[in-house]
Each structure stands twice: as C-alpha cells, then as structure tokens.
Design a protein around this ligand. Structure first.
Ligand code: FES
Ligand code: FES
Length: 170
C-alpha cells in the first residue's frame, strides 16, 4: 500500500512578544496552530470560514480571521491574541469597559471582538456609534444584543480622548 509521507514545514513568529515555532503541515490553519499546538486558548473557533469573527487576532497590528490564514503564512510576523491585552495585575481599558457595560455573557465571541476593537480604535480613535456598529457587523454574538459592546467601545474612545487632551494640556 502506498502512503504519502506528510510534509511538515517549520514556522516561527512572535506570539504576544515571545518567539514561538513549530513544525506544521502546510494546510494547518493558523487558528488551529495557535489554539491546539501553542495553547492560546483565547482563539475561539466557531464557523471556520470567516463569518463569526470568534478567531480574530492581530497579525502585524491588523485584525485578521485566523481561520482564514494558514499557519505557514504567519512566518516572521507579530501575532497578538487577547492574552496580550492585560498586564499581570490590570486589565486593559477595553476589557475594563466590557466589564463595566456588561458587554459579554458567555464570552465565546469576546476575545475576537476585543482584538477587532484594538485595531479599530487605532484606525478610528473617535468613532461614531454607526462606525462601531459597522465594525461589529463582522462579529456574531448570540448573547448580548451588542448594545453593551457598542457602549463599551464608545466609552473607551471617549476616555482615551480625554486622556490625550489632558496630556496635551499639561
Ligand atoms: Fe474564524 Fe468564525 S472561526 S471567523
Ligand atoms: Fe456569548 Fe457573545 S457573549 S456569544
């Protein structure tokens, strides 16, 4: 019987600031590599075809669906997941706002939404509600009805604006 040998390739990248590497099949999805082989459990896998947004991460600062990327495509890049958001003793401003505004329930969608928000607020530091809702249209949340999430994102944008104004004033 003929069995084809599975070819594996080395892939290496920075994950939340630390170098990680492994041998992967070229067809392995980045989401599966992160979650199952590197133990990055914030990367949730829902639809596996780019619709639900649960697997969203940052690659070189841009939000991407990790289920639409192959692990080998991340070679040499900077990958960030929700594990990168909090420091040892403090949640990020976005995480705190999500808690304040009850922007999560089961949490399945939350890590992906947070990563989209990180990228979004860099591109749109002073967004309108419509822009926030437009960004969230790329994420499915079955629990919250989105209202709390919208409030949390607008609250963070406002907080950051006030901080920047105060800093410029000093
Ligand atoms: Fe990637 Fe749904 S699992 S978008
Ligand atoms: Fe449950 Fe969004 S909080 S899916």
């Amino acid at each position: 019987m003929y069995t084809k040998e599975i070819q594996r390739e080395m892939v290496g990248f920075k994950l939340n600031g630390k170098p990680r590497k492994g041998y992967v099949e070229p067809r392995l999805l980045l989401s599966d590599f992160l979650r199952h082989e590197l133990g990055t459990l914030s990367v949730h896998v829902g639809c596996e075809h780019g619709v639900c947004g649960a697997c969203t991460i940052l690659v070189d600062g841009k939000s991407v669906r990790s289920c639409l990327m192959l692990a080998v495509q991340a070679q040499g890049s900077h990958v960030e997941t929700a594990e990168s958001l909090a420091s040892v003793d403090e949640m990020s401003d976005l995480q705190q706002a999500f808690r304040r505004h009850h922007a999560l329930q089961c949490g399945f969608c939350t890590a992906g939404i947070l990563m989209s928000c990180v990228d979004f607020l860099v591109c749109e530091p002073d967004p309108t509600e419509e822009q926030v809702r437009d960004m969230l249209s790329g994420h499915l949340c079955r629990c919250t009805g989105y209202t709390g999430i919208v409030r949390a994102v607008l609250d963070v944008a406002n907080e950051r604006k006030i901080k920047l104004e105060n800093k410029n004033f000093v």
